[in-house]
Design a protein around this ligand. Structure first.
Ligand code: DC
Length: 222
């Protein structure tokens, strides 16, 4: 039987991680693990419950009473909060910013750690996020850090939101992206870093397929 690897893809928002990870997982017949969706799921619930993002006790309470689950549909994982499919509802800018904020707290990160590791335990997973290669799967066989220029990442995110029918302003996407970069990179616990042993891929001058091909060229599946 073929060995099933853990492949991690870390990087900032808008670098193209999700698109590339989904294609890679499909090509390899691996599970696609979108860990941002887990933080987004808790962010969604905290917004729904009107919890102050500065109130650590309230967030701890939310973590202990909220069921976050991942379900696998033919390799595509969907995220559920207390049994509700929240896939569509967690993709807004408000949820992005809230996810970035709550992910700075230890209680939130600890709640989600086991779930992520359990999903990857048998290998055969492409895990995408901010701390995949550094904290969640430090022993992953293949680690990548996907990056792109800030202007390019803002443009991509802006287009993605417009395509979804949002009437968001370019300036507000830019502000959010800069704030999120800072928050994700400067937080004390599991910040976004280039993990030890990761291959850095710059997606600026590459097409999506170009990035997929480049990543695949490092992976030897016998
Ligand atoms: O990848 P994303 O945009 O869906 O992630 C949303 C936020 O969740 C991100 O700004 C920070 C947090 N996050 C994290 O702290 N660790 C991860 N592994 C994934 C996401």
């Amino acid at each position: 039987m073929r060995k099933k690897f853990i492949i991690t893809i870390d990087g900032p928002a808008g670098a193209g991680k999700s698109t590339v990870s989904k294609i890679l997982a499909k090509n390899l017949n691996y599970i696609y693990l979108d860990t941002g969706a887990l933080y987004r799921a808790l962010a969604y619930k905290s917004l729904k419950k009107n919890i102050s993002l500065e109130d650590v006790d309230a967030l701890a309470g939310l973590c202990s009473t909220t069921a976050v689950a991942l379900k696998n549909f033919d390799g595509r994982i969907k995220v559920y909060v207390d049994g509700e499919d929240v896939e569509e509802k967690i993709r807004t800018e408000e949820v992005s910013m809230t996810a970035s904020k709550i992910s700075t707290y230890a209680v939130v990160r600890e709640k989600l750690l086991d779930l992520q590791r359990k999903t990857g335990i048998r290998g055969g997973v492409v895990a995408e996020g901010r701390d995949m290669g550094s904290v969640v799967f430090p022993h992953a066989e293949y680690k990548f850090y996907l990056d792109a220029k800030i202007e390019e990442r803002i443009k991509r995110r802006y287009k993605e939101l417009l395509d979804k029918g949002s009437s968001v302003e370019y300036q507000s996407v830019q502000n959010d992206m800069l704030r999120r970069d800072k928050q994700d990179k400067q937080r004390k616990i599991a910040p976004l870093i280039i993990p030890d042993g990761a291959v850095i891929i710059d997606s600026d001058n590459l097409t999506v397929q170009g990035v997929v091909d480049k990543i695949a060229s490092y992976i030897s599946i016998k």
